[in-house]
Design a protein around this ligand. Structure first.
Ligand code: SF4
Length: 378
């Protein structure tokens, strides 16, 4: 394996789209921890497996990785990726008998972005052309290869290594995202790519590395570590609320469509802020005026269904099956709350609910952090 999956440059290719759209975000987000997620870990495991399978298929030395995320789906998706890559390699061999094939290669684009590097999943270089393929295991965001800065950075790096030898004119970038059946390919000529690198990438990267430039909020904020506290994002979202309507009485369909678009952005932002504030209140005991922590409602469960059925029948309740034993709520209705507690109370488990942040007006009693323990307020 060439380098570690956890090795990252400050200007990460996977964040290039956001950094180029909002250059000061690069330094602003450094003050927030780079927390990993199960999705990210699963993605790394899928990449390691894909790398191993591709190397094996090309008769290269590789040891099968083992991960807690191994699954039939991962096996199938990595097979699809490998099959696609082998097809590309076979086709490239038709035009060149001296192909260069790089798998999970560290790609350095320091010529354009100081200290910048990334890892290309597959780079195939032959006479006159260069192909870069990137495997995406995620399925929540469909990624397009069209003018994708991450791919363009990989290509720039590979070009600087091979252009002299292969006289490359055309580059092809492909995203293989098998879980959503997305195979996105974009072709560029080298001249246009270099123009972009000189005129857009270089100057913006310089600004970004100095923390300069204009803040610019947009769809790209969702992956920024500063997104919950970013003032520019807040200002932009509050501006969305100032929508002015031409007709004072009724909304047109166009206006309704516009409101839905705005509402979508606002609800994502509100949810980010709420999650962030809840985590601060629960994990660090931070106070937010007008809000308190309570225990969320938890679902009750029968501890032993057979015992419940026997006990309920012994108490004279026979109508307690539909396709299976009736739910706790239905049973409670059938018996009445008091009797239900007397007869089945010992056979019902009520797990503790998760803590959650709610407005002070909520009826539930507040829970406060006392000596690192949560206690219900008297
Ligand atoms: S949240 Fe958005 S606007 Fe704010 S720094 Fe990050 S990318 Fe820029």
């Amino acid at each position: 394996m060439s380098g570690s999956y956890n090795e990252h440059s400050k200007f990460s290719p996977s964040a290039a789209h956001r950094i180029l759209a909002c250059t000061p975000s690069l330094l602003l987000e450094q003050q927030f921890p780079n927390e990993t997620s199960t999705y990210a870990e699963e993605g790394t495991a899928a990449h390691e497996l894909a790398e191993h399978k591709l190397k094996k298929a090309l008769k290269m030395c590789s040891k099968k990785p083992v991960s807690k995320y191994d699954s039939d789906e991962m096996d199938e998706m990595t097979d699809i990726y490998v099959e696609y890559c082998l097809g590309v390699i076979e086709k490239a061999k038709e035009n060149c008998n001296d192909l260069q094939i790089l798998i999970e290669q560290k790609l350095d684009f320091n010529d354009y972005v100081k200290g910048g590097f990334g890892r290309g999943d597959l780079v195939v270089v032959g006479t006159g052309e260069l192909k870069v393929i990137d495997f995406k295991y995620g399925k929540n965001v469909i990624v397009s290869a069209e003018k994708n800065p991450q791919m363009m950075l990989y290509v720039l790096s590979a070009l600087s290594l091979f252009d002299m030898l292969y006289d490359i004119e055309k580059v092809t970038m492909t995203i293989v995202q098998p879980r959503v059946d997305n195979f996105s390919t974009y072709e560029m000529n080298v001249h246009d790519l270099l123009k972009w690198a000189e005129e857009e990438l270089k100057p913006k990267a310089e600004l970004a590395l100095k923390g300069e430039g204009e803040f610019c909020a947009g769809e790209h904020c969702r992956f920024c570590r500063a997104k919950n506290q970013c003032r520019a994002r807040t200002v932009k979202n509050l501006e969305l609320l100032k929508y002015e309507f031409a007709d004072p009485s009724l909304l047109s369909n166009d206006e309704i469509a516009e409101i839905m678009r705005v509402a979508n952005e606002l609800s994502k932002w509100a949810s980010d802020i709420y999650t962030y504030a809840t985590a601060l209140a629960i994990n660090e005991g931070k106070n937010f005026d007008g809000y308190k922590i309570v225990e969320a409602r938890a679902r009750r469960k029968y501890t032993d269904e057979d015992a419940v059925a026997q006990t309920a029948k012994a108490a004279g309740y026979n109508d307690i099956y539909k396709t299976s034993l009736v739910s706790i709520t239905e049973m409670e209705k059938l018996m009445g709350k008091k009797k239900f507690n007397e007869i089945l109370g010992a056979l019902v488990d009520k797990p503790k609910g998760n803590l959650t942040l709610v407005p002070d007006s909520d009826k539930r009693r507040a829970i406060t952090l006392v000596n690192a323990e949560f206690q219900v307020e008297e």
